[in-house]
Design a protein around this ligand. Structure first.
Ligand SMILES: [Zn+2]
Ligand SMILES: [Zn+2]
Ligand SMILES: [Zn+2]
Length: 272
């Protein structure tokens, strides 16, 4: 099954809407992999991870069909990952959903509160259900399973990173987290990850509180390898970049290449 990386930027996008910093000027000039939407993912045809402000743009840019979606995992309630108002268009009169279409949404309490607040109609009328999730809960997504691991991010809510399993292949999507808690490393020690996506909001700068960058990304990958959590050919990618890090796609690549870590870009596909 294909995991498509739809966006690889932090909250403001890159170039950021109103920004005239050198990193945004250079991204506007050079385009290509330096243009980054807000972070989200699609797994196969039925599973989506995060629903941010660029969901519609991603559908248009990458030729996606959201009518088949059945499961939506939401990492946390920050605006770059959760814009529930647009789910309104599932209502009869706005969309003709396929027969028996239903979308299960999984998230924390704040994700649920914002869904109820920002949706003008009832969740059920939009052919959706909300499922509140807890750390280490295992979610049956039909074609895949997910384990909701606790992130170290946003102290006002329980943010999650997701461990996905598809036909025996394991992948960890770990954006919007700082340095992992020991219990998360312990859990991952029982895995054989074939794909690892790590938060790199700070680019090459070495920070690890709330988000990560530089050596925190390298050291997380090294620790997971030491724990036996990575398959021998595990693909490791840095993602969720802020323009404030100042490094273009190729410059990030030069920093991380010696450590066997690649740089995610919008539209990148990984086979699971
Ligand atoms: Zn974010
Ligand atoms: Zn900027
Ligand atoms: Zn966040």
């Amino acid at each position: 099954m294909k995991l498509k990386i739809l966006g690889t930027a932090a909250a403001e996008g890159w170039p950021a809407t109103f920004c005239a910093c050198q990193a945004c000027v250079r991204a506007r000039q050079s385009g290509g992999h330096n243009i980054r939407r807000r972070t989200s993912y699609q797994l196969g045809d039925t599973i989506h991870i995060d629903w941010g402000p660029d969901s519609y743009n991603s559908m248009m840019s990458f030729g996606l069909d959201y009518s088949a979606l059945s499961h939506l995992l939401v990492t946390h309630a920050h605006w770059d990952h959760w814009v529930p108002g647009e789910l309104q268009w599932r209502l009869p009169g706005f969309s003709q959903l396929p027969p028996a279409a239903h979308l299960n949404i999984y998230g924390n309490e704040m994700v649920e509160d914002r869904l109820i607040e920002e949706l003008e109609d009832d969740v059920a009328e939009c052919a959706m259900s909300f499922i509140r999730i807890e750390p280490f809960e295992v979610l049956d997504l039909g074609e895949a399973t997910a384990v909701a691991l606790p992130a170290t991010h946003a102290p006002d809510q329980q943010a999650f990173i997701f461990l996905l399993e598809v036909g025996g292949a394991e992948a960890l999507i770990a954006n919007d987290t700082g340095w992992f808690a020991d219990e998360v490393f312990d859990h991952l020690a029982t895995c054989q990850l074939e794909l690892l996506l790590l938060d790199c909001t700070y680019g090459t700068n070495d920070k690890r509180g709330g988000h990560m960058g530089g050596m925190a990304v390298v050291e997380t990958a090294q620790r997971l390898r030491k724990l036996g959590a990575l398959a021998p050919d595990c693909r490791i990618l840095a993602t969720h970049f802020s323009h404030n890090c100042g490094k273009m796609h190729d410059e990030l690549g030069e920093f991380f290449a010696p450590h066997g870590i690649g740089i995610a870009y919008d539209g990148m596909e990984c086979e699971l």
